[in-house]
Design a protein around this ligand. Structure first.
Ligand SMILES: NC(=O)c1ccc[n+]([C@@H]2O[C@H](COP(=O)([O-])OP(=O)(O)OC[C@H]3O[C@@H](n4cnc5c(N)ncnc54)[C@H](OP(=O)(O)O)[C@@H]3O)[C@@H](O)[C@H]2O)c1
Length: 380
């Protein structure tokens, strides 16, 4: 039986790799819909190859997609409307807060969600979880896919902690003073993964790990005290489960996102995606404590997660603005954490983030604050 899959963000890093998986297994996948923000050219060429029923273009017009036989959805909310179309799996590979509406729409429509867009769980938290009902959200982040697999057939009372590994990014060994000098081009050189720009900068600041701790809290129902982060420079062990008897179950794979993407698209089945097998001959696996005193985004995120309510929404929004300001050479690398910390100190009220309107209003407020702070620095 073919799995009918919609891929949101098909022109991005996750989306293109999802189509690599589908290309390698035409007998297993049928593409229902593909979506992009503005890259109509790539979307059209993907449509010519995979012949989806629907194409969604968030920032563009139908005329940008001339020549396709697919039904076209364009304009703000296009990905959200595509997410509602019945499919066996909706893979959300949109980057950032923009992915929330599609996550909500897919879950409300009763579609199974394979989630790469961690930001939607960070900001939507319990509310998004409640919309999932009995349908599990299948994690696509490599760490959460690893943990998800380690948790299978484990009883809750066996588990002591969840382990999330971090590559540490390109600057893990740097002296703190050097970090003011690093630019976007340095931060975009990730040591082990090829990813989109935003998540690559998040990896360098360790915010990616902070977002993932919040994501793990919501996905697996574990307290923040029970999520352990370790830096593992080789990115081979992606995550695991520490058991009460002192043993640990770890998941290992060479860094290749096609593995967790394929698992998310075909769960609970597996297919060969052409990944190289884990090598053991001369392999060295190292584990270190994170440098929370230098890379402040991780502890800031955990603190925001613990505070709950509006705090994770503010954290995420300010991070998106600060990362863009860093990419635009407006602020330096350490200032990303500085801006986040300053705005988090002023979260106006810790109301319930249990509707799209409440979350969007808080996101909007935080972006305004962050834009003011980054502009102040740029003007100096
Ligand atoms: N890349 C990885 O290896 C990796 C690993 C783990 C988790 N993730 C997570 O997966 C998500 C996607 O990351 P990525 O690296 O694939 O990002 P990316 O390469 O930047 O791709 C983002 C995709 O989202 C689309 N998009 C951007 N803004 C949008 C908007 N406002 N509305 C609708 N669509 C929009 C883009 O379309 P255009 O091409 O038209 O701009 C593109 O298709 C992120 O949440 C990231 O944290 C990624």
């Amino acid at each position: 039986m073919k799995r009918r899959v919609t891929i949101l963000g098909s022109t991005g890093s996750i989306g293109r790799q999802a189509l690599d998986v589908a290309r390698a297994h035409p007998d297993r996948f049928e593409i229902v819909g593909l979506s992009a923000s503005s890259n109509a050219e790539l979307l059209l060429s993907q449509a010519a190859e995979f012949r989806p029923e629907y194409l969604a273009l968030e920032n563009g017009q139908a005329s940008n997609l001339d020549g396709t036989a697919a039904e076209i959805i364009t304009g703000p909310g296009a990905a959200r409307r595509l997410a509602e179309v019945p499919a066996d799996v909706v893979l959300n590979g949109i980057v950032g807060f923009a992915g929330l509406a599609a996550t909500v729409a897919a879950l409300r429509a009763g579609n199974v969600l394979a989630l790469a867009n961690k930001e939607s769980l960070v900001v939507g938290g319990e509310w998004v979880n409640s919309l999932a009902g009995d349908n599990p959200i299948i994690p696509v982040d490599s760490e959460h896919s690893a943990i998800f697999q380690c948790l299978e057939s484990r009883r809750n009372d066996e588990i002591s902690e969840i382990l999330v590994t971090a590559s540490g990014g390109p600057f893990f060994e740097f002296e703190e003073e050097r970090l003011v000098e690093v630019g976007p081009e340095d931060a975009l050189k990730h040591p082990t993964w090829q990813m989109g720009r935003k998540v690559t900068i998040d990896s360098a600041t360790m915010m990616n790990k902070g977002l993932e701790v919040i994501e793990a809290h919501h996905l697996f129902g574990v307290s923040y005290d029970d999520v352990r982060v370790v830096v593992h420079r080789q990115s081979v062990v992606h995550g695991g489960v520490l058991l009460r008897d002192g043993s640990a179950i770890l998941h290992a794979a060479l860094p290749d996102m096609r593995l967790p993407i394929a698992y998310g698209m075909l769960y609970p089945e597996r297919v060969d995606v052409g990944a190289k097998p884990v090598g053991f001959g001369d392999a060295t696996w190292t584990f270190h404590e994170p440098r929370n005193d230098v890379f402040r985004c991780l502890p800031l995120a955990v603190e925001a997660g613990r505070a709950g309510g509006a705090h994770p929404v503010v954290l995420n929004a300010v991070n998106e603005v600060a990362v863009q300001a860093f990419l635009d050479h407006q602020i330096n690398f350490p200032r990303i954490a500085g801006v986040i910390e300053e705005v988090l100190e002023r979260v106006p009220e810790n109301g319930n983030m249990d509707s799209m309107e409440a979350i969007e209003a808080m996101d909007h407020w935080a972006r305004g604050e962050a834009e003011r702070l980054t502009a102040e620095v740029a003007a100096r």
